[in-house]
Write a protein that binds this ligand. Structure first.
Ligand SMILES: [Fe+2]
Ligand SMILES: [Fe+2]
Length: 246
């Protein structure tokens, strides 16, 4: 737990230094836009659920949720345009949901039962919570940038609404709350580790591409990245004992 708190502190410090360059900023917003829609895989989950559910009110919730994520994607893409740049190419090593799906295998599977919908909505709860946390952390990094702050505020408001959407859909299918809680905890553990790996991948990419200009700083962050990698590897070894959800 302590190692994770230190990692979070250094993530913040690192972001402050890497994102002061325009290239860093463009990459960050490319990645954020992609996580909202793009190739992250989240949008296809909405389509599958919308096809499966019959209830018009639930269908509508799914549609609104998807439209919100697409609007966020567009907002971040527009910001890149305002900067006079184009979105940067990304790999699956920079996509949280894709990394998580290596364990869960949920993105490609068809939705054929109420339980499939409950599982996806429980996973989305974890993803939405991560988005909120990430945007709140960014608010600390960009507190003097009015344009970024207002985008983040809007996104956070929507993501909080999405948590309610997810819970509404779960309730609609009369899910056993104890089972949902258990599933949620399992997803949370897996997501947490995937997120730490993602942060490390991004950090290495930022360093390889010299988003951090000072060479001494780059050496320092490489060293910190090495420590983070060791901690993640330890956690992965422990994870062997985690039950992998169905
Ligand atoms: Fe979003
Ligand atoms: Fe969301």
């Amino acid at each position: 737990m302590r190692a994770k708190a230190i990692e979070e502190f250094f993530n913040f410090q690192f972001q402050k230094s890497a994102l002061s360059s325009k290239r860093g900023l463009v990459h960050l917003f490319s990645q954020m836009a992609d996580a909202e829609g793009g190739n992250s895989g989240e949008l296809c989950l909405f389509d599958k659920i919308e096809d499966y559910v019959q209830d018009p009110a639930i269908k509508n919730i799914i549609r609104v949720h998807k439209a919100d994520e697409e609007r966020h994607e567009q907002m971040f893409l527009d910001y890149i345009k305002i900067l006079g740049e184009t979105p940067q190419p990304l790999t699956d090593e920079m996509r949280l949901l894709k990394m998580l799906d290596r364990e869960l295998d949920i993105l490609e599977k068809p939705v054929t039962s109420d339980q499939d919908v409950i599982n996806i909505m429980t996973l989305l709860l974890v993803i939405e919570e991560r988005a909120i946390l990430e945007f709140e952390n960014m608010q600390k990094v960009f507190k003097n940038d009015h344009a970024i702050m207002s985008m983040l505020e809007e996104a956070i408001k929507d993501e909080e609404k999405h948590l309610k959407f997810c819970n509404k859909v779960i309730e609609h299918f009369k899910a056993d709350q104890n089972k949902v809680d258990e599933q949620y905890q399992e997803y949370k553990k897996l997501e947490d580790l995937a997120y730490r790996k993602l942060s490390l991948n991004l950090m290495n990419f930022y360093l390889d591409n010299e988003f951090v200009e000072n060479e001494f700083s780059r050496k320092f962050w490489r060293f910190m990245g090495g420590i983070a990698r060791q901690e993640i590897e330890k956690e992965e070894a422990r994870k062997e004992s985690y039950p992998i959800p169905a």
